[in-house]
Design a protein around this ligand. Structure first.
Ligand SMILES: NC(=O)c1ccc[n+]([C@@H]2O[C@H](COP(=O)([O-])OP(=O)(O)OC[C@H]3O[C@@H](n4cnc5c(N)ncnc54)[C@H](OP(=O)(O)O)[C@@H]3O)[C@@H](O)[C@H]2O)c1
Length: 258
């Protein structure tokens, strides 16, 4: 019996995840697309637009039962997971001691714990040539004052992705970490409500991030930093001491209520 070929995209209801989900059917031979996020209506609306059958999974990935549901579905249907894209994530930009407990736990829960558990759930169903794409951030390359926890979660995503990519080489399964700079998405609706950082110097189009992600998937890279400003930032974080990088970052931002 042949297993149906699927892609799973978390964070598919909006922004980078949505654009990646939209771009998959034209690039990969898939029998089904599993779309994950909390907003079922948006997943269903996206499903209507796509040329492959879609399964809309309205799951809050910070909840244990959501991971259990995904695992159970995978065990029941035994698909061949050709692609997993982990794009669910969020950030808060605030002094750490002023972040509410819910978000202090929530960022690590979604950006790290859920991403890890979804990878772990999908891997038994991956086969040679399968690919995992984790959306990290340029924030992964340096400590970010007033985005301290967010950046730390993304450093985790980058380190996990690159090391697991090497570990999984014998299985022929690849892991790619994508490290975007600021990107114009609903990310800022959630981040901005009480944000200390009020000025975001350069904003990329999420379509550009998606395009570069697909290119990196094709080129079998283990991480990609899309765009010149992002690449320049990355280079500086490698060249300069992080104490200086953090001071430069602070000087660039317009901070309120510091
Ligand atoms: N925008 C940027 O500047 C930027 C830069 C670098 C990296 N990133 C990263 O890129 C990824 C995508 O973000 P985006 O910019 O596209 O922002 P976005 O438009 O806000 O998308 C975030 C996605 O995560 C989903 N999500 C949020 N909470 C969730 C939960 N508890 N369970 C399941 N899904 C959840 C959201 O769907 P629901 O609300 O429907 O659940 C949405 O689909 C994130 O990991 C983000 O950290 C963003």
């Amino acid at each position: 019996m042949s297993h149906k070929k699927i892609a799973i995209v978390t964070g598919a209801s909006s922004g980078i995840g949505k654009l990646l989900a939209e771009g998959l059917p034209a690039r990969y031979a898939l029998d089904e697309l599993w779309l994950v996020a909390r907003s079922e209506d948006r997943l269903l609306a996206l499903g209507q637009k796509l040329s492959v059958p879609v399964r809309a999974l309205a799951l809050d990935l910070t909840k244990e039962e959501s991971i259990a549901r995904l695992k159970a579905l995978l065990s029941e249907e035994m698909p061949d997971v050709r692609i997993l894209i982990n794009a669910s994530g969020y950030g808060k930009f605030e002094r750490f001691d002023r972040i509410g407990e819910e978000d202090a736990a929530g960022m690590a829960d979604l950006n790290c714990r859920a991403l890890t558990l979804v990878m772990h759930a999908a891997l038994p169903h991956c086969s040679e040539g399968s690919m995992i794409v984790n959306i990290a951030s340029v924030a992964a390359f340096q400590p970010v004052p007033f985005g301290a926890e967010y950046a730390a979660t993304k450093a985790y995503v980058l380190a996990l992705s690159r090391a697991v990519n090497l570990e999984l080489r014998p299985r022929g399964v690849r892991v790619l970490a994508v490290c975007p700079y600021w990107t114009k998405t609903a990310f800022f609706d959630r981040a901005n409500r009480e944000s200390v950082i009020t000025h975001f110097d350069c904003m990329y189009d999420p379509a550009f991030i998606a395009k570069k992600t697909f290119l990196a998937m094709k080129r079998k890279k283990d991480y990609v930093v899309p765009g010149f400003v992002a690449k320049a930032t990355h280079a500086l974080t490698k060249l300069l001491p992080h104490s200086l990088v953090m001071r430069v970052f602070l000087a660039q931002q317009k901070l309120k209520n510091k």
